[in-house]
Design a binder for this molecule. Sequence first.
Ligand SMILES: [Zn+2]
Ligand SMILES: [Zn+2]
Length: 111
Amino acid sequence: MQWLWCWRCKSEMPMLDEQEFAEVIALFEPGARSVKKYRLETGAPFQSVPLAKHFEAMLTGYEAITGFKETNPNAVWHHRLSLYGPPCKKCGKPLRTPKARLCGSCMTPSG
Ligand SMILES: [Zn+2]
Ligand SMILES: [Zn+2]
């Protein structure tokens, strides 16, 4: 786990390495099934589903690794270190992707 600037959350977020990501994401599927079942039973619209409850196991796993209490299971999908490039030489923010040629923040070329 490593704290890194997240372009989507617009703040420093705990990012998972590949092994940690695999462990946490393995718990997504049971959560998704639980949501599906809940919606079939209640007819509730997606917006009203208490996601933090259905994905409790996954979010608890994320918190156990990162110490960060995330409530949005979907955010975990992009908190993965391998999605980002090395830090910008000028401003230190991670490049948006490993292949990015320019820093998304200060436009300094990466190579
Ligand atoms: Zn994020
Ligand atoms: Zn930069």
